[in-house]
Design a protein around this ligand. Structure first.
Ligand SMILES: Cc1cc2nc3c(=O)[nH]c(=O)nc-3n(C[C@H](O)[C@H](O)[C@H](O)COP(=O)(O)O)c2cc1C
Length: 411
């Protein structure tokens, strides 16, 4: 299972990637040097109901989001010095496809409410950076759109629609195959709808309720309001095919609410295995026994994830569960993870804990919400720069070596 390239083929990354940025890239690098700056600017630019939708986890406050972060911060890597790290190669081959580095964009439902056009912006940035882009069933753009703008890097994430013998689920899978999606990602960790109290309080539910506060928040976010007018209000374009012609965005949202989810048992995953000819990934796995089950039904990849702390407050973080899952299924399925990947250092941490590839949602989202169109490229540039410097600091020059970087205390 080749997942990295030996040094003889490696792309020399000296001078480091930051100096290869164009003038605009250099400017953004100075203005937005890290995740926190982008999140803070996004918070100022985006109406509160939309910011809360993405920032919050489940339940009362966001303890699981904080837990994801604190467990990521707790991962220490013991550096090795006196080695030649002048040539660093971050490329990875996954499911037969070469990517420029081991990070991709996690699926996000309705990111257009946070910043208009986010899905389109990120899919194009992913194509340019040669990293995977996972388009959600409830993205604002359609399967076909993503297949067009990100033909080499698009993966499709499915929330199944169980009615009528899964007629719509199977249709979406067929559409993803026709659109050239490289992998099908089935999200398992939404067996029922979580209660996200922030969204309840903000009226961000189906049916959407306008509140005086909503109107005030929009008035306080002029850049967002202008951009929303320019791009149009976000809808769920993949689902449009299943509602009567001329249905409003609220009708489509209501259809999604009623039709999607709650039928994801292992028999059903096995059916997807039969229906889908390319790589099949299950997302939302935390228990090593579930990882084992996924391997048994023929999954090619396991995306270890707690949904960014948005589903179950008592769940451990993905970074905590990675070592046990890697120990159980490494070599039989590719091990992917997401959850609080905010920097290149976090990518290295996850690799050292057993991941072969990582994904991030909010790091990409805040970058777009803070910066606009250029935010997608900036997020990818930042990940690459930070990953290279973190790898050099740890004394590793390939992704295969990064996965062997010693943790401290040793486990
Ligand atoms: C705004 C938002 C929408 C999301 N929508 C989906 C979705 O439609 N499908 C899915 O599988 N996961 C969804 N997720 C979870 C992400 O794919 C991912 O697992 C998680 O956010 C990773 O954590 P991070 O945001 O800290 O990087 C969503 C996350 C966010 C923040």
């Amino acid at each position: 299972m080749p997942d990295a390239h030996d040094d003889s083929r490696s792309r020399a990354l000296t001078p480091p990637p930051a100096s290869k940025l164009d003038a605009e890239g250099q400017r953004l690098r100075r203005l937005y040097p890290h995740y926190g700056v982008k999140q803070a600017r996004a918070k100022r630019r985006v109406p509160r109901f939309a910011y809360d939708y993405a920032a919050n986890g489940v339940g009362d406050g966001s303890p699981n989001v904080a837990h994801n972060r604190s467990t990521m911060d707790a991962v220490r890597i013991l550096p090795r010095y006196g080695l030649d790290v002048s040539r660093i190669d971050t490329r990875v081959t996954l499911f037969g496809q070469e990517y420029s580095m081991p990070v991709g964009v996690s699926p996000m439902g309705n990111p257009g409410v946070v910043w208009p056009g986010t899905g389109d912006i990120l899919a194009r940035a992913a194509q340019k950076a040669r990293i995977p882009y996972i388009g959600s069933t409830v993205a604002n753009e359609s399967i076909e759109h993503f297949g067009r703008v990100a033909p080499d890097v698009y993966w499709f994430q499915l929330y199944p629609a169980p009615a009528n013998g899964h007629e719509h689920s199977l249709d979406m899978v067929r559409r993803a195959e026709a659109a050239g999606a490289k992998a099908l990602v089935v999200t398992l960790d939404v067996p029922c709808r979580p209660k996200r109290v922030g969204d309840v309080a903000n009226g961000l539910e189906v049916p959407f309720r306008w509140r005086a506060r909503t109107v005030r928040d929009i008035a306080l976010s002029p850049a967002w309001a202008i951009e929303t007018l320019r791009r149009g209000r976000p809808a769920f374009e993949t689902l449009r095919a299943y509602v009567p012609e001329g249905a409003s965005i609220f009708d489509i949202a209501a259809f999604g609410q009623q039709a999607l989810g709650q039928a994801m048992d292992w028999d059903w995953i096995a059916r997807m295995r039969d229906a889908w000819p390319r790589a099949l990934v299950v997302k939302g796995i935390l228990h090593p026994d579930d990882a084992e089950r996924a391997v048994q039904v023929g999954c090619d990849g396991i995306l270890v994830s707690n949904h960014g702390g948005r589903q179950f407050d008592a769940a451990p973080s993905a970074i905590e569960m990675l070592p046990a899952i890697a120990e159980r299924v490494a070599g039989r399925a590719r091990i992917l993870m997401d959850g609080s990947i905010r920097s290149g250092l976090d990518i290295l941490r996850a690799l050292a804990c057993g991941a072969e590839f990582t994904f991030a949602a909010r790091a990409f989202l805040w970058s777009v919400a803070a910066i606009g169109e250029a935010g997608g490229d900036h997020a990818a540039d930042s990940f690459l720069e930070e990953l290279c410097s973190s790898m050099g600091q740890a004394g590793v020059t390939t992704i295969a070596q990064a996965r062997q970087a010693p943790l401290w205390p040793s486990r």
